[in-house]
Ligand binder design. Sequence first.
Ligand code: HEM
Length: 266
Amino acid sequence: MLRPSPNSPAPSVDLMHLTRHAEALAVLADPRYVPPPVRQDAPEGTLAWLRAHVSRFSSGAEHAARRRSVVERLAALDPVRLRADARRATLERAGDWRGVPTRVLGAALGVADTAPVAAAAAGYLSGEESPQRDAAVAALLDRADLPAVTLLLQAHDATETLIANALPRLAGHDDVEAVLRETLRHDPPVKVLRRLDLRDEEEVTLDVVAANRDPDVFPDPGRFDPARGDGPHLTFGAGLRPCPAPAYALALAAGVLEGLRAGERP
Ligand code: HEM
């Protein structure tokens, strides 16, 4: 499916940039595609060391064990409570919501001080290292174990981006959750997923924005329509290693939006 036929024109540089929903889904479900490996030789406690020790960038049995430990940790959290806490914290801070989802998630995980999360998260997906990011990771590892740090770093940017993307869409809609679900499809916080094809070491990028607007799956895909319901968008990944936390992300985001709405009422 993904390979060019012998008669295809010369490969273009973005040959393995997949934009169709069905193709992306097939790659995500296929164990021959793994996350591109990250460097394994970094000094302990640095950003690169962290990336070498989390489920997101590992594969096989290592991935399964690491994923289990974050999923177990998540199972102890209650989305209803996260939502209420995010709402309250947003109101208490008079609408200054940045940092609220991470503080609320941190408190639930027993991490009282989440100040270093933003700096560490800035390099978590890209792997771009800096002394400031290394220091933030070291500070986090001082105060929390690996599953908790993983969850905070996975959650931070994506959840804040979801909220920022949904905010301008809220006007005229009562159902905050419906707006969030359609925002996830229409404006995914994580726009590209990467995999390495183990057969030929070729990197494949999955274009989540394009897949979420595939007309074979989503009628009138460019239209923002909260009435669509929860369709099969790929914003939380799919297949072998989907995001384990959609309910938690939605709870945190909905709580913040509800807090903002409650703060606006006279
Ligand atoms: C709108 C918010 C979020 C989005 C869009 C999002 C998206 C994703 C995606 C696409 C993946 C899979 C990446 C891949 O296949 O390569 C992923 C993995 C993950 N996410 Fe989320 N996520 C969000 C919020 C969260 C939150 C709030 C948490 C934790 C509370 C979380 C925890 C994780 C973890 C631990 C993984 C790694 C799973 C694994 O390695 O098997 N995410 N996320």
